[in-house]
Design a protein. Structure first.
Length: 424
């Protein structure tokens, strides 16, 4: 049934038990797909999540000139013939923030790009000034007019760029631009998320020269246009999806094996989960999680990686809403990202927000009610909250969840959750 006509209903019927496979990371695969603009040939990307954002990015790249098909649900094959039109149309860009990631590859390869300002989740302004300043330092010229950003550069050149803030998107755009620029580009205070490491490894497979991968100091030596080539690559697992299933187990009780999860990508948030009483055991093939009788409260603050990502926060606040004690959660990245708190309050959570902070007083259990998904992670948090609530919780705005979660309903149902998609 069409996503706009769907809701998700959740009922708490007891603990979860079994195995959940963690798919590839949304925040990695979209950037890998955009990077395929850099070279001719046939790319094959495996461990791709079957999510709406991959479909939207496929449509955007097709409009630019790539040929894309999915021989399997978890595989994307991209053919780049070099016949590119460096224009990203509004009707596609507005649907997905990762569309900004075509800026670096198109500018460095084609010498110009026309891009509508990107859309995506609604949780506060996320400007692209770091992208623009960095590319200007490399020789690009920008013009904003009629809702479009136009960039030109006959040939980008290397530069030494220091970020005021370790922006993920700006790091990605500058790295993908630098691989075909003249000379050496140095990026200090670069973001170092696992998804950026994945992108850099993908570019190196293509023939790029990148040093310092995984650190905050990246050194990119540009190669001649035409020297990069297509490659095959497997996307890293989605650490936010993994955390979602940990949170589900935490509030519902039980024990889950998260197949394909990467604990090393989640060290800080796993430490907070252990503080809350979760038993977390790394396995050769993933992570085993077991819930206590009741979670304990602990203070949490979001910070750039390797700190706790803002994407984890809706899940953490949901867990704290049924934990024993009082906790303060501080948002240091996106202060507007507390909209879902009103939905948790509808379920009986005792949460008060003040600017960058939320004070969460745990209650024994929540109470089912209709709630709305405001963005991808908030929607997943509503599903988790339903597992901690008496009665039925009905979540609308399911299209947000579908943008970032590969069969969340089916995976939870397979481990014992009472959850289903129903007509709105």
């Amino acid at each position: 049934m069409p996503e706009a006509e769907c809701c998700i209903t959740v009922r708490n019927i007891g603990p979860l038990q079994g195995e959940v496979f963690v798919p590839g990371a949304k925040n990695a695969v979209l950037k890998l797909m955009a990077a395929s603009l850099l070279a001719d040939g046939v790319f094959e990307i495996a461990n791709v999540p079957d999510i709406a954002d991959v479909t939207i990015m496929s449509e955007l790249l097709t409009a630019i000139g790539l040929r894309i098909h999915r021989p399997e649900p978890d595989t994307v094959v991209i053919e780049n013939t070099g016949d590119l039109t460096p224009v990203a149309p509004y009707e596609l860009v507005e649907r997905i923030r990762a569309s900004i990631n075509v800026l670096g590859p198109l500018l460095t390869r084609c010498g110009h790009v026309r891009l509508s300002m990107p859309g995506g989740d609604d949780f506060g302004a996320r400007p692209i000034d770091l992208h623009v300043k960095g590319l200007e330092a490399m020789g690009a010229e920008f013009k904003f007019a009629h809702g479009y950003l136009e960039a030109t550069a006959e040939r980008l050149h290397g530069a030494h760029i220091t970020f005021d803030f370790p922006s993920v998107g700006a790091t990605e755009n500058l790295v993908t631009a630098a691989v075909l620029a003249d000379g050496v580009t140095i990026i200090d205070n670069a973001a170092r998320e696992p998804e950026i490491i994945d992108l850099c490894n993908f570019l190196v497979k293509m023939g790029a020269r990148i040093e310092g991968i995984g650190t905050s100091h990246l050194r990119v030596t540009g190669v001649e246009r035409g020297r990069l080539h297509a490659c095959s690559h497997e996307t890293v697992p989605d650490r936010i999806q993994a955390a979602t299933y940990i949170a589900a187990c935490a509030v519902a009780g039980g024990e889950l094996d998260l197949l394909n999860a990467q604990p090393t990508h989640m060290a800080m948030v796993l430490a907070r989960f252990r503080d809350m009483g979760m038993e977390l055991t790394p396995l050769p093939y993933g992570l085993r999680v077991a819930a206590p009788d009741r979670l304990r409260s602990t203070d949490v603050a979001t910070l750039p990686y390797p700190g706790i990502a803002t994407d984890y926060k809706p899940l953490i606040i949901t867990m704290l809403s049924v934990a024993e004690g009082v906790a303060i959660v501080t948002e240091n990245l996106y202060p507007g990202r507390f909209r879902y708190v009103e939905e948790l309050q509808r379920l009986g959570a005792d949460i008060r927000t003040d600017g960058h902070h939320a004070v969460v007083r745990g209650v024994p259990r929540l109470s089912g009610a209709p709630v709305k998904s405001h963005d991808i992670r908030a929607g997943a948090a509503m599903v988790v909250a339903g597992l901690a609530a008496e009665g039925t919780t009905t979540i609308s705005g399911v299209h947000h969840i579908d943008r970032g979660y590969d069969d969340l309903v089916g995976r939870l149902r397979a481990v014992g959750a009472d959850i289903e998609r129903v007509p709105a």
